[in-house]
Design a protein around this ligand. Sequence first.
Ligand code: PLP
Length: 391
Amino acid sequence: MQDTISWIDEELKQIKDKNLFRILTELQSGQSPEIIIAGKRYILLASNSYLGLTTDPKVKDAAQRALEKYGTGSGGSRLVSGSSDLHRELEDRIADFKKTEAAILFSSGYLANVGAISALVGPGDVIYSDELNHASIIDGCRLSHAEIKIYKHCDVELLGSLISSDKSRNKKLIVTDTVFSMDGDLAPLPELVELAEKYGCMLMIDEAHATGVLGKRGSGATEYFSVEDRVPIVMGTLSKAVGSLGGYVAGSRTLIDFLRNRARTYIFDTSLPASSLAASQAAIDIIEFEPERRKYLWYLIEKFKSGLKNIGLELLTSHSAVIPVLIGEAQPTLDFARLLRENGVFTPAVRPPSVPPGKCRIRATLMATHEEEHIELALRAFKGARDSVLK
Ligand SMILES: *Cc1c(COP(=O)(O)O)cnc(C)c1O
């Protein structure tokens, strides 16, 4: 066979030379506070299952019962044969949870962002996008062929001047994560709502890391900031605190009807299987009606953050279960992660393209299923790693 892909060797070499080559770590267990890698036990500080619901007995039981009744796969896209009563019930449950008229399910959060953004705006329209938005938002923006104006992270003033200098009468969309996935900080949602209303822009938010963590009922940043009736397009995932798989957009009946007819990642994608749907519904009930789990998570977050500060590590302005420790260059960050692992803590290094160059970090995440002892052991490992890497 003629060799047409040998150029890949050169690209891979460049990735390796920059310490940016990525490898998989294979877990031999679920997303519990303690995991098994190559037969050894580690504390897991790297899961987005913030409430530990992937292994919750009630959630697993709901998934098992749905699996028994409906089987493994959904067999088609929603508009052909893949729409069941479970899909509708979960959409209704999400709308109720997010206090919107309606909701639409996608097979992942990634597909929700790509499908919704590319349906809502097109050539000639303008998107205003925070520079730290998730890759799925970026890809949705690119696929829309709208003009993309990237604003400095959370800079509402700059965003205001960008919008006010734009005299076009075409559609405008502001899009932002509410909890940023790599920094764990919050978007200035009330200010963004004001701005969007003042200039007649659509506002779309991504609640991936806020759902289950923020708000009294755990429904996310719209609840936390009391702007539930002022954000027209609310996207989220079922794959993080909800502990299952899938994405959604919640909003008015009109918006949802439109997306069912125009979002290509909804129309041309096989729908979610029953087990995931039932798991999500059981998990949302736990999130809403068992707030003590969220309270305990926040207790652990504060304990861990103050412990890290006492060690003298550089934290970002996180306000979520995502707690990044800034290291800087790729090599020391990899060394830091390796030392953590040698001391029984699994928290991988995050490098470009997930974060900007020079801003490599250890991205620790906590779960409500952790015990205080896990946090204490982890802090000891962080101190040890700091002493060797950042001396
Ligand atoms: C994880 C994530 C997504 C993608 O969701 P999936 O369900 O994993 O596809 C979208 N946006 C943000 C901010 C995320 O962190």
